[in-house]
Design a binder for this molecule. Structure first.
Ligand code: URA
Length: 185
């Protein structure tokens, strides 16, 4: 069965597929340009995202916006989503069963968007999307290819908040992402 963006949104808004539906305030649906060639995939909404229902509105959102600005990218021209659409209490790592329950939404988002470049933000996304043993420190900025799509990973903005020296590394990764976008188009 095929879904439209509106149908996916409706499913996510009313989803009870895992116990996070009982603790979330609002599901956080992916956001951005439905024609975007770049898709950012992060881990799960934080507490502020849970309140507002919008990805990356908290402090890690400021870091992400700085990275995008430094590479002349705007949120409005990319698509940003998460592996989990609901906030895990206390910001703990997503559980396997939560990732499995939520994965069909990400599959549909990817199917509808057909991005040319996928950027995983952080270990949880990289290990779910690129490879289960992906190591961010050793493998950030490396590229994997699937069909017409180039996939990479860089540090999660919250890792940069904890260790600001990672900002320049992530910025360099984003510069390569912008170049790859041109090469893939
Ligand atoms: N952290 C994430 O992984 N996703 C968000 O949307 C916000 C913070």
């Amino acid at each position: 069965m095929q879904h439209t963006w509106e149908e996916i949104k409706r499913h996510i808004m009313t989803c009870t597929g895992c116990p996070l539906s009982r603790t979330r305030h609002r599901p956080v649906i992916g956001r951005g340009d439905y024609q975007a060639d770049i898709m950012l995939i992060a881990e799960a909404p934080g507490a502020q995202e849970d309140q507002q229902g919008i990805p990356f509105v908290g402090r890690s959102g400021e870091i992400l916006d700085n990275l995008l600005r430094d590479c002349a990218l705007r949120r409005e021209e990319i698509y940003i989503t998460n592996i989990l659409k609901c906030h895990p209490p206390g910001n703990r790592d997503p559980k396997e069963e939560e990732k499995e329950a939520c994965f069909p939404y990400l599959k549909y988002e990817t199917f509808l968007l057909k991005p040319h470049v996928i950027v995983c933000l952080g270990r949880v996304a990289a290990q779910r999307i690129i490879s289960p043993d992906f190591k961010i420190t050793g493998q950030h900025g490396t590229w994997t290819y699937r069909k017409n799509c180039a996939l990479t990973a860089t540090y999660h903005p919250s890792a940069i908040l904890r260790d600001p020296s990672k900002y320049e590394i992530a910025r360099a990764d984003f510069e390569e992402i912008v170049k790859k976008r041109t090469a893939q188009n």
